[in-house]
Design a protein around this ligand. Structure first.
Ligand code: CP
Length: 298
């Protein structure tokens, strides 16, 4: 089994993964020894990369950090050839982060090993959406009926796209706020709202990093913080029971003021903690269901 997109998950599978991750987050979680995992990251990462490594170690799997910069990718080896090489080496699961929509690039190619999407361009970050869903569910006990406001650079955000699909499927209402140049028109089901008006009515406020590395032009960050940053004044208006999330890394005093990180409603480090359990559940799910060769379908 591979995990390439939140679109391949149905409600039952999301529930299964979240329930398993919740168990794995506990101290008495079982530890099993099996499989080899390779982390193949073409883009920088702290949380996703390390949590997959820790998750694999906790499951007793062998885990290898690929090191794109010192590999034959530097000699021009393609993603497909790299993956076929890893498969020939007997790897069971490859965790891939790439600046392109790599599941589409590989569409139709058949692999015996599993591929896990750890970020594909602006399109998908399925395990981050699962982490966010578990963080919300742990706090509210459900995802159904909640209003989730995702704020910021929606246009360039794979986190926004994966969350919008997964959270709506699980019964949440997802809405977006942000500057006009960061709007996206390819995400179904979500409305655009005024940020300040959304604060009292939001159960979850998901702040996004301004993805400067994906922009052609530069943006005035001081202006951005004034218009769309979560600051002390906006904290006072935010629903007292609301949850503040951010996938990380945080641009302090751009999308989030320092003071927000001290607020009791802020669960950013809990997201990081739950990231390990979610990735354990995903690795188990992929490995446990990987009985046949499978073609990539984006
Ligand atoms: N949320 C997230 O993907 O963080 P990293 O880039 O540090 O992995």
């Amino acid at each position: 089994m591979s995990l390439l997109s939140v679109r391949q998950l149905d409600r039952e599978t999301v529930d299964e993964l979240l329930e398993r991750a919740a168990v794995l987050a506990g101290a008495s979680a079982p530890r099993r020894k099996r499989g080899t995992v390779v982390n193949l990251f073409y883009e920088p990462s702290t949380r996703t990369s390390l949590s997959f490594q820790i998750a694999a170690q906790r499951l007793g799997m062998h885990v290898l950090d690929f090191g794109v910069d010192r590999s034959s990718i530097q000699k021009g080896e393609s993603l497909l050839d790299t993956l076929q090489t890893l498969e020939s080496l007997g790897v069971d699961i490859v965790v891939i982060r790439h600046s392109d929509d790599w599941p589409s690039l590989l569409s139709g190619h058949r692999f015996k090993m599993s591929l896990v999407n750890a970020g594909s361009g602006i399109y998908e970050h399925p395990t981050q959406a699962l982490v966010d869903a578990l963080t919300i569910k742990e706090y509210f006990g459900t995802l159904r009926g909640l209003t989730v406001t995702i704020v910021g650079d929606i246009r360039h955000s794979r986190v926004a796209r994966s969350n919008a699909h997964l959270l709506q499927m699980m019964g949440s209402r997802v809405q977006f706020a942000g500057p006009p140049q960061f709007r996206a028109d390819d995400i179904p089901g979500c409305t655009w709202v005024d940020f300040d008006e959304a604060l009292p009515e939001s159960d979850v406020l998901m702040m996004l990093r301004v993805q400067l590395e994906r922009h052609e032009g530069k943006h005035e960050m001081e202006h951005y913080h004034r218009e769309f940053g979560l600051n002390k004044e906006r904290l006072a208006v935010l629903n007292r029971q609301a949850l503040i999330l951010h996938p990380g890394p945080v641009n302090r005093n751009v999308e989030i003021a320092d003071v927000v990180l001290q607020d009791r409603r802020c669960r950013i480090l809990r997201q990081v903690q739950l990231g390990v359990a979610v990735r354990m559940a995903v690795l188990e799910w992929c490995f446990g269901n990987n009985r046949f060769g499978q073609a990539v379908s984006a």
